[in-house]
Design a protein around this ligand. Structure first.
Ligand SMILES: [Zn+2]
Length: 296
């Protein structure tokens, strides 16, 4: 029991030492292990589990989708106690999901708060259906889909004709809406301003296994004198891609090979097609969305 207590204290120390940026890098490395086939599948021993009984120290809280193909701990190669996970169809905020995330931020002091959408999200596809069709669903499901639909900016999406691009844009738009929702929480934004918390939006590509962190909420450079932060316009057709350079370590030597994975961010902006609607800054207030913050 004494050993378990010591181990629990050590977990607490390890948690305290990590900065939000380091937590984010840890997640990115975990995802790189996953999609390169080098996942470590960390499973705590019985001793470790006993140590966890006393207290949890997750460094990340995530709002993800219930979809069976997107189990977040697997995708980020994380273990027991690492992530505080809220999963609901369409990864959207409502009373209980917001409350759970607020708990994680306030009482568990998570350092990364993440909203993750994913390729081929059935909930987002269904939210794009005509209202009459949505209303044929059971009432609660229909209400949830209508709520998602309101955030989709369907007028803008009409200009995206490629099916795969539409899918991605719709999912990304929804992630952005949920991140904006989180940013209306003054306590969350205070932590962001104090650099105690990073809030990110990301897109999980089922086919490749890659998580693309396409947005980060951060303090605007000029906001020092402002009581709130500034929202930048969100460009239509924005694409960002984290580039991974993986060394040629043979798969058999995968263990611990995360050292061989170098993370570099690259952002590309695809100009809106000539026939697309003018790009409007997203509504919302006080948020500066910085795309693809460079990671050291
Ligand atoms: Zn989904």
């Amino acid at each position: 029991m004494e050993d378990s207590r010591k181990r629990n204290m050590q977990m607490q120390e390890n948690f305290k030492e990590l900065s939000p940026a380091e937590v984010l890098v840890k997640l990115q490395r975990g995802n790189a292990r996953f999609w390169t086939g080098c996942a470590s599948r960390p499973e705590a021993s019985a001793f470790e589990r006993r140590a966890m009984i006393m207290q949890q120290f997750p460094s990340t809280a995530i709002l993800g989708c219930s979809d069976s193909r997107v189990p977040v701990e697997v995708v980020f190669d994380q273990g027991l106690g690492d992530m505080f996970v809220v999963r609901v169809a369409g990864n959207s905020l409502d009373t209980s999901t917001t409350a759970s995330l607020q708990y994680a931020v306030k009482h568990l002091s998570v350092k990364v708060l993440m909203v993750m959408g994913h390729e081929g999200c059935g909930a987002i596809k269904a939210a794009g259906l005509p209202i009459a069709q949505i209303e044929q669903e059971p009432q609660e499901l229909a209400n949830a889909l209508k709520m998602l639909k309101r955030g989709l900016d369907e007028q803008r999406l009409k200009n995206v004709h490629d099916a795969r691009a539409y899918d991605r844009e719709a999912v990304i738009t929804n992630v952005r809406r949920q991140v904006e929702g989180l940013c209306r929480d003054a306590a969350i934004m205070k932590k962001v301003q104090n650099e105690e918390l990073i809030v990110v939006g990301c897109f999980y590509e089922i086919s490749s296994g890659i998580v693309d962190f396409f947005m980060e909420v951060t303090e605007a450079p000029t906001a020092a004198a402002e009581p709130h932060l500034v929202m930048r316009g969100v460009h239509s057709g924005v694409q960002s891609r984290m580039e991974y350079h993986v060394d040629q370590t043979p798969k058999a030597d995968c263990e611990g090979s995360e050292q061989g994975v170098i993370f570099k961010r690259q952002v590309s902006f695809t100009p809106p097609a000539p026939d697309s609607a003018p790009v409007k800054p997203s509504e919302g207030d006080g948020i500066h969305m910085r795309y693809a913050k460079a990671l050291a």
